[in-house]
Design a protein around this ligand. Structure first.
Ligand code: NDP
Length: 446
């Protein structure tokens, strides 16, 4: 038995009872890394670790369903950098996360397998609901956010990102979105923005909600109208949505990218202040590994020349390569908000510039359900648009991850899972027509 009947029913917009009555196959196609491959890249440089060699499309069992859980059929997914980390087994093999999960008990133990199904973004359709699920039913068209938390611990009840057992679905849990059937918690589901196609709706969740928490939500930098926001990697996943959020929220983005093509893309979407870091030749570290203050000053001067003052907020994620400069250029009393360390996680910055100028460094990580929901609502309202440069098939997941690993992409790369082609799944045509110019402007940042 295959997924064909289920996909036919989804395409025909079948009702809840009909979808619930359709039998699920025993096995499914899924993009996995294998435990037996864990050491395959030992001794290689990060850049030479090739996701095309470690990501396989295997036939694996449909995941088991537990309390408050949902089986859903991803129609589309997207590549996030966490899938790159999993596929190159850095900074640790994600099988360690699955082993840790297994120590929580029998429900966690289901995740500790010899394969890890990756993927942390999806749009699709609910197929089955487990005991205790009351808000969702088979047939519901959904997007999925990746905050996987059962809310049992008291620490998470003001902000679920503070729950000590919080995990990122498809990275720290198994049964991610790059599979014909995925297992999620009911509190990861959100209504699909119906003016978007499956792949558009699947492309936003993780990076948009992360950027939303960092810049807009109550928990981190809390951007105000008129704030100057320095955005690294402004045509990447996080940076592309940070740019949209700043433009929408009345802030002034100063966008950093690394090629004339990317500068052009940003100009086309209305960004005024752009720095091409490659063309400028910024190197914030000297060859003997010391911070280069002359470069910090040159960078700060360029920002002042562009916008007349120092940034209120620096949107950080490249990490080691840029963090010292980010702390240096933030304005007196300003905020550096960070969620990652793509170029290395041992950061160095000159603390004199932090304390003497009363700056703040905020650590941020994904988003709680409310924040993810608020970000999804902005999409459904047509206020934030997907930035989807390309889609691949499930079989091409390795190549798609390779593109992200080598920074060959812009915006997001989508993966068609159940969807047979791009453009399917749109239900609200009037809303799409209303926003078509903006959707087209942001979608094709390539
Ligand atoms: P992308 O690869 O889409 O974009 C990252 C961008 O960063 C690149 O396009 C590049 O832009 C820029 N960049 C990379 N290296 C450097 C460098 N040395 N100096 C300056 N800029 C650099 O990735 P994402 O935006 O999806 O994710 C970025 C990071 O954030 C990843 O490490 C990811 O794992 C992490 N992340 C963390 C989350 C969390 O919840 N904690 C959530 C989402 C992502 P350009 O070359 O144009 O300058």
């Amino acid at each position: 038995m295959s997924m064909d009947a289920i996909y036919d029913a989804i395409t025909a917009d079948a009702g809840s009872d009909e979808i619930a009555a359709l039998p699920l196959p025993d096995t499914m196609r899924a993009a996995v890394v294998r435990r037996s491959d864990e050491a395959m890249f030992d001794g290689l440089d990060s850049r030479d670790k090739d996701p095309r060699k470690s990501l396989h499309i295997d036939q694996v069992p449909i995941p088991p369903l537990g309390p408050n859980e949902v089986l859903m059929a991803p129609m589309a997914s997207a590549i996030n950098f966490n899938t790159v980390w999993t596929s190159i087994f850095e900074p640790v093999s994600t099988f360690r996360f699955l082993e840790k999960f297994a120590r929580d008990g029998e429900l966690g133990a289901r995740h500790d397998l010899d394969y890890h199904i990756v993927g942390s973004d999806a749009s699709g359709v609910v197929l089955r609901t487990g005991p205790g699920v009351t808000q969702w039913k088979p047939g519901d068209r959904v997007t999925v956010h990746c905050n996987y938390v059962d809310m049992e611990a008291h620490q998470g009840h003001e902000d679920s990102m503070l729950d000590p057992n919080q995990k990122i679905w498809g990275f720290e849990s198994n049964f991610g979105s790059l599979a014909e059937v995925s297992m999620v918690r009911a509190n990861q589901l959100m209504p699909k923005p119906e003016h978007l196609s499956w792949e558009e709706a699947a492309s936003l969740g993780l990076v948009l909600a992360t950027s939303y928490r960092m810049l807009v939500g109550e928990n981190e930098a809390r951007m105000k109208q008129g704030d100057i926001v320095l955005i690294w990697g402004a045509t990447g996943g996080l940076g592309g949505f940070a740019t949209q959020l700043v433009l929408n929220g009345g802030g002034i983005p100063v966008c950093v990218v690394s090629s004339p093509d990317k500068v052009k893309l940003l100009e086309e979407v209305g960004v005024e202040h752009i720095i091409d870091r490659k063309a400028e030749g910024y190197q914030f570290w000297t060859e003997d590994g010391q911070p280069d203050y002359a470069e910090y000053r040159r960078f700060g001067k360029q920002i002042r020349e562009l916008v007349g003052e120092d940034p209120d907020i620096v949107f950080e994620h490249p990490g080691k390569a840029t963090f010292g400069a980010s702390v240096f250029v933030a304005k007196r009393g300003g905020t550096i908000v960070t969620c990652a360390s793509t170029s290395g996680y041992m950061h160095e910055y000159d603390n004199r510039y932090l304390w003497m100028n009363l700056k703040n460094i905020l650590g941020s990580h994904f988003a709680n359900y409310n924040e993810a929901w608020a970000a999804n609502k902005l999409v459904a309202q047509g206020m934030i648009h997907p930035i989807l440069s390309k889609t691949y098939t499930l079989e091409e997941t390795g190549e798609a991850a390779y593109q992200v690993h080598h920074n060959l992409h812009t915006g997001k790369i989508g993966i068609l899972v159940g969807a047979t082609e791009e453009g399917l799944g749109v239900k609200n045509e009037p809303l799409r027509t209303k926003h078509l110019d903006e959707i087209d402007k942001w979608k094709h940042m390539l």
